[in-house]
Design a protein around this ligand. Structure first.
Ligand SMILES: Nc1nc2c(c(=O)[nH]1)N[C@H]1C(S)=C(S)[C@@H](COP(=O)(O)O)O[C@H]1N2
Ligand SMILES: [Mo]
Length: 389
């Protein structure tokens, strides 16, 4: 009765059989959905690691350990790679399922209504995450909002919607699967792309975008990183630069012959050391990566004074944390905090050299922080002061 009354409304995309491609198919959608579930979960978890490395909870046991030294390099590389791999998967998935926006009747039951209500959050949020993340790897911030905050909170919305979506789908698809093979779109006439072909194309696209970008952090593939915004070996002294000395407005202060490193705060003996005095303290060498949150990473051999040595000379308490201040005024990365594990790790350096050369000014001359297992944003350049807290 109702259906008869509604029949005249079934026009255009709402009419039965409006979308005839065999590719708008439940099983194809499911395979793509599973792949997306894997890449999104991976991206979400590695993103959480990055978030809490940069915004530590004040819960000691969850604070970022100082080893393995390259852990963050790996998790952040995987974060960016799984995000990039999600882009072709999401495109294929949305194309496969978009006819369902015109499903008729639009709502079948409560679960279905709920599942549909979440779609704008799920797709809008996912597109927002991938788009802003991708532009971030290109260091392009054309919007007015704070990227980190928006990217973090939208991630929770998307992952929440995704969990409910999967739950609803299991409720619908699960029983259907048990009863009979999943409802399949009729094999349309003629040639066109087969379902297998679509999945193969999506898989090929994932492989292609991964192979041509992952070299920004995975060095063996650097020469095929044609789509990567950064090359891990291009920059002064063979290492990329994120913020130049000019950009940070520190050229004069960094070249000032009167530059001194201050060590102060909760210490028994505040220090004020010239570059020559620093160079006369015991030097320590460490092979450590810079792993930028934006997706590139590069390892180098660093040489300088261990922060632990300075803390000892200054008479800091063993359990203290250290805030590292740059000559740079303002800007989100002009200071960073070393947790207890990082502050005392022997490889946490106030580096004066990179790969046997004096630091280039864009790498933080006269002295920069470099520590194991830490996001690049926390490897403060042009250090002026260590404040024990
Ligand atoms: N003072 C200061 N230090 C900084 C930054 C900055 O903007 N200001 N950028 C950080 C970022 S985002 C990264 S990835 C590393 C990069 O170090 P590099 O430029 O020597 O490769 O420096 C970090 N140190
Ligand atoms: Mo960075």
């Amino acid at each position: 009765m109702l259906e008869e009354r509604l029949a005249p409304l079934q026009r255009g995309p709402l009419r039965p059989g409006a979308f005839s491609s065999r590719l708008h198919d439940e099983r194809v959608a499911m395979v793509l959905g599973i792949a997306l579930g894997v890449t999104f979960t991976t991206c979400f978890l590695t993103g959480l690691i990055s978030h809490f490395a940069q915004h530590p909870l004040d819960l000691g046991f969850l604070s970022m350990p100082a080893s393995p030294a390259s852990l963050y390099r790996v998790t952040q590389g995987v974060h960016v790679a799984s995000g990039i791999a999600s882009i072709p998967l999401l495109a294929a998935k949305l194309w496969t399922v978009y006819p369902r926006l015109f499903a008729f009747p639009p709502i079948e039951n409560l679960v279905h209504a709920f599942e549909r209500a979440l779609i704008p959050f799920l797709t809008g949020g996912a597109i927002f995450m991938l788009f802003t993340g991708l532009l971030n790897t290109a260091r392009w911030y054309p919007w007015g909002f704070n990227f980190t905050v928006a990217h973090y909170w939208t991630a929770w919305i998307v992952i929440g919607a995704l969990i409910v979506h999967i739950g609803a789908k299991l409720a619908i698809v699960g029983p259907a699967l048990r009863r009979a093979p999943v409802k399949r779109a009729p094999e349309g006439q003629g040639d066109g792309l087969s379902r297998r072909g679509l999945l193969a194309a999506a898989g090929t696209a994932v492989a292609a975008v991964t192979l041509t970008t992952v070299g920004q952090t995975f060095r063996p593939l650097k020469d095929v990183a044609r789509l990567a915004p950064r090359r891990p070996d291009v920059g002064p002294q063979g290492i990329p630069v994120n913020k130049s000395a000019i950009g940070a407005g520190v050229v004069d202060a960094a070249h000032d012959a009167g530059w001194k490193l201050e060590v102060g705060g909760r210490v028994a003996r505040p220090l004020s050391l010239s570059l020559a005095q620093l160079a006369h303290l015991p030097q320590h060498e460490a092979h450590l990566p810079i792993a930028c949150v934006e997706g590139w990473s590069a390892a180098a051999r660093w040489r300088g004074v261990a922060v632990g040595t300075l803390l000892e000379i200054a008479g800091a308490e063993p359990g203290s944390e250290v805030v590292v201040h740059s000559l740079q005024q303002g800007g989100s990365y002009s200071s960073s905090r070393l947790n207890v594990a990082h502050a005392r790790h022997p490889d946490t350096l106030l580096a004066l050299q990179i790969n046997g050369e004096t630091l280039h000014i864009d790498h933080g001359y006269p002295a920069r922080l470099i520590a194991p297992n830490r996001p690049g944003v926390q490897q403060t350049k042009w250090v002026a002061r260590l404040e024990v807290v």
